[in-house]
Design a protein around this ligand. Structure first.
Ligand SMILES: Cc1cc2nc3c(=O)[nH]c(=O)nc-3n(C[C@H](O)[C@H](O)[C@H](O)COP(=O)(O)OP(=O)(O)OC[C@H]3O[C@@H](n4cnc5c(N)ncnc54)[C@H](O)[C@@H]3O)c2cc1C
Length: 527
């Protein structure tokens, strides 16, 4: 993610399907840099498509003017921008279905968009594509408190679910830090995580059923009330599908009773390594906290200056550990965790005394990204996951890379999950800094793979991590991903070019083995 003022150096992505007579031409060849402000939309397309849309949408639900489309040109990864050919904002299921069928007829790709808070460019529009905002589908359809489920439309904001449930003594556990804005549809499409996912699972573990509309306009219901179901687990496949397999139109989520008590233990450490070792120590003791987060000094100070969360400004790193349950359980666990903290060299502990203080401790953590926006003109948020035991060594290596590139890196992350979020500070107005930040980010992701981790934690692949997917997966695995995409969307109209690199791209990136001039799987089409 970049923050701060708009970046003149921002990249725009062509993604023109028909360039060189090939679909996916841009996903195969990488990013095209064009002067800021150019409108690439509307190229090489007959206007019949727009006319067809006016037949099925009210005027206010179809945006074709550049100034109306501009707000949709990027998601949270604002270094990449592209004005789409059209923006549609349907409000009925029939309208969505009609738009999908018209796109299929005119061979126009569709990018679904929730709240646009994604950090990997998943909702980045395509120049010749239709950006479909699902924001108007914002109804909580049903709360079934007895059976602990709720049915929601995709545009419902994450936090709105728990707010609506509070009166029933219930909540929805996955809580991305962007929860005041991000949509449940986007959460499913990204398989989002959050502070509470360490104990209660990611989005995929909290969704029972989704209803999707396929690229050829067919309605499918995946999953159900039972814990197991015959056949392949298509519901799990939809979680993290980044808008490429179907448009998610309704979601049934699991609910949890609010815990009787929740308290946060804040620990301050003199070294990052000591804080990192403490994380492994807590889990090794058999305790699964409701949340276990880490922030280094740069992030702590930025958050403290931004919202006065009550953090110690002198600590090199802090841990925030939430424990929930009955009062007795919480007291016992607090004592054990405090002992573990002190055993690992914790120099100061604070325990939230009131619910207001607990929320304040979390407010700092959740505001850490925007807080960074106040101290750096731009920042780039990475997302990778590593085995917890490697936290110390990886954080040390990140510090060295930061030094080497001359770019400050703040770390604020889901430590209990081993899910890193290095925030690389840079200035887009300074020639070459964006590229340097991207190279540094790439090195960090490859480091994650090297120590047995992954290139995504919770932010998805989008356009941001396509190259690193080549490092993570073999040609055979990537071919399977393409086959799955093809099974759901044979015409390749749903968010093409995102999340799964073409084999050609991997060769160009240098991450695919070429023997004697021959690629693996020569039978596969190279886009
Ligand atoms: C400050 C900040 C903090 C964040 N913290 C976290 C965090 O703690 N954990 C975390 O996981 N993420 C976090 N994120 C990233 C982001 O909020 C999540 O990825 C979120 O799930 C995106 O939801 P959205 O509604 O904004 O989706 P969008 O950004 O609009 O879209 C994301 C992807 O989902 C697809 N999509 C959206 N809606 C649909 C639909 N109905 N059907 C099919 N595909 C769809 C899009 O095509 C795109 O590929 C953070 C972002 C910010 C800006």
């Amino acid at each position: 993610m970049t923050a701060g003022r708009p970046s003149p150096a921002a990249k725009q992505i062509g993604f023109s399907f028909m360039a060189d007579g090939e679909r996916f031409s841009v996903s195969a060849t990488g990013v095209v840099v064009v002067p800021s402000g150019d409108d690439l939309s509307g190229q090489e397309q007959p206007v019949n498509f727009e006319n067809a849309l006016t037949e099925v949408l009210p005027p206010e639900a179809l945006l074709t003017e550049i100034e109306d489309k501009r707000p949709y040109e990027c998601d949270g990864l604002s270094a990449y921008q592209q004005v789409p050919r059209v923006v549609v904002m349907p409000e009925t299921r029939k309208q969505v279905e009609d738009v999908v069928k018209i796109c299929a007829e005119y061979d126009v790709p569709i990018v679904a968009r929730g709240a646009g808070t994604g950090l990997s460019g998943g909702a980045l529009p395509l120049a010749d594509g239709c950006l479909m905002s699902l924001a108007k589908f914002n109804r909580i359809v049903e709360i079934d408190a007895e059976n602990l489920v709720a049915v929601v439309e995709p545009g419902v904001r994450n936090i709105a679910v728990s707010e609506a449930l509070a009166a029933h003594g219930l909540y929805y556990a996955p809580d991305p830090s962007s929860q005041i804005a991000c949509s449940i549809g986007g959460n499913v499409a990204e398989n989002s995580g959050g502070v509470h996912c360490l104990k209660y699972g990611l989005t995929v573990h909290n969704v029972l059923q989704v209803e999707i509309l396929t690229a050829d306009g067919e309605w499918l219901t995946l999953g159900g009330a039972a814990l197991d179901s015959p056949g392949y687990d298509l519901l799990a496949l939809l979680n993290g599908s980044e808008g490429m397999l179907g448009i998610i139109m309704q979601i049934t989520v699991k609910l949890l009773p609010l815990p009787p008590v929740a308290r946060v233990l804040l620990g301050a450490f003199d070294t990052v390594a000591a804080a990192a070792d403490t994380v492994a120590g807590v889990i090794a003791a058999g305790i699964i906290p409701a949340g276990l987060e880490m922030m280094d000094r740069l992030a702590t100070r930025a958050a403290e200056d931004y919202c006065q969360a009550g953090y110690p400004r002198d600590a090199t790193a802090i841990l925030l550990c939430e424990l929930d349950g009955t009062p007795d359980e919480v007291d016992t666990q607090l004592g054990t965790v405090r002992d573990i903290f002190e055993l690992h060299g914790c120099v100061e502990t604070r325990v939230s005394a009131t619910e207001e203080e607990r929320l304040r401790f979390w407010m700092g953590r959740k505001a850490a990204f925007p807080a960074m926006g106040r101290i750096a003109p731009d920042y780039y948020c990475m997302d990778g996951t590593i085995p917890r035991r490697n936290l110390g060594v990886v954080l040390q290596r990140i510090a060295e890379l930061s030094e080497q590139y001359g770019l400050p890196v703040a770390n604020v992350f889901h430590a209990g999950d081993g899910n890193l979020h290095p925030l690389i500070a840079y200035d887009a107005n300074d020639d070459g800094q964006l590229e340097a930040a991207e190279r540094l980010g790439g090195e960090i992701l490859e480091l994650c793979v090297e120590v047995g981790g992954t290139v995504t934690g919770e932010h998805g692949v989008g356009v941001e991590k396509l190259d690193q997917m080549c490092v993570q997966f073999s040609a055979s695995e990537l071919a399977m991903f393409h086959a799955i995409k093809d099974a759901f969307d044979p015409a390749g109209l749903l968010n093409p070019g995102k999340a799964i690199p073409t084999l050609h791209r991997c060769v160009e990136f240098g991450a695919m083995h070429v023997h004697g001039g021959k690629l693996p799987h020569p039978e596969l089409e190279r886009f």
